[in-house]
Design a protein around this ligand. Structure first.
Ligand code: URA
Length: 246
């Protein structure tokens, strides 16, 4: 029902046109940036539909968001794995795979990033955690982001990978400041993996123009940003919908 209503009321074309536009945006950007990975599992499609439906009430939004973020967290952590290994199974046969790395720490951008951090913590309960608080400067016309607080794991530069988490990448302003904060702490750009639930081309270009060596892994790449700097079609304010503060 939700899908049908969304199609009927879509102001910018039917379902096929929208799907084609989304595929074009994704493949064009993935071709431009080899360090961009847009996940494409079937499970994500239905979870995204529920998240994007404006009628989804808070409890359900949180439920579906948690399920989706778990998938994203697992994929992002798998991206951090650096070594192959072979084990013997109980059947006496060999099995080869990747070794989960414990040389990774996670850093969230407060507040929405904390929801995605929880998903990472479910997967790796003892992962070292850092926090960054960035807010817009409401006293300037540009409303440029300001770093208010950061508490990073000690010796963060020694981790093989630093997993930065924030659910929405819109203009890229906060993301760039967060990445710069990690780099100022000694983290090498190519060791940063940035996990995002929904992003848009504007944010992707902004981040990769300044930091071409980071890795971005996202569960959705939407086509646009509106005049209020919300991702379109997007899902509204992720933090407000997740933490029930609408
Ligand atoms: N942050 C959000 O929560 N939603 C957007 O669409 C953009 C930034």
């Amino acid at each position: 029902v939700a899908a049908k209503e969304a199609t009927r009321t879509a102001p910018w074309g039917g379902k096929k046109a929208k799907e084609k536009r989304a595929r074009t945006t994704t493949s064009a950007l993935e071709a431009q940036y080899s360090r961009l990975e847009v996940l494409n599992m079937k499970s994500l499609k239905s979870l995204h539909l529920m998240l994007r439906d404006r009628r989804t009430p808070h409890a359900q939004f949180k439920h579906f968001a948690d399920r989706l973020m778990r998938i994203l967290a697992e994929e992002a952590l798998a991206t951090c794995a650096m070594e192959y290994a072979t084990v013997w199974t109980p059947t006496g046969a060999e099995y080869s795979g990747m070794v989960p790395t414990n040389n990774v720490c996670a850093v969230s951008i407060i507040r929405a990033g904390d929801a995605l951090l929880d998903a990472v913590l479910h997967c790796v309960p003892s992962i070292a955690v850092g926090k960054i608080l960035i807010q817009r400067n409401e006293n300037t016309i540009e409303k440029s982001p300001i770093l208010f607080y950061s508490k990073l794991p000690p010796r963060i530069a020694g981790y093989g990978r630093v997993l930065l988490v924030d659910p929405m990448l819109a203009t890229g302003g906060s993301a760039k400041l967060a990445i710069q904060t990690l780099i100022n702490a000694g983290v090498e750009e190519q060791n940063i993996i940035f996990a995002i639930v929904v992003c848009c081309p504007q944010g992707i270009h902004a981040v990769f123009e300044e930091f071409p060596h980071i890795k971005i892994i996202t569960s959705a790449l939407d086509p646009d940003l509106n005049e209020y700097k919300y991702i379109v079609p997007g899902l509204g304010d992720y933090g407000d919908r997740y933490y029930n503060t609408l």
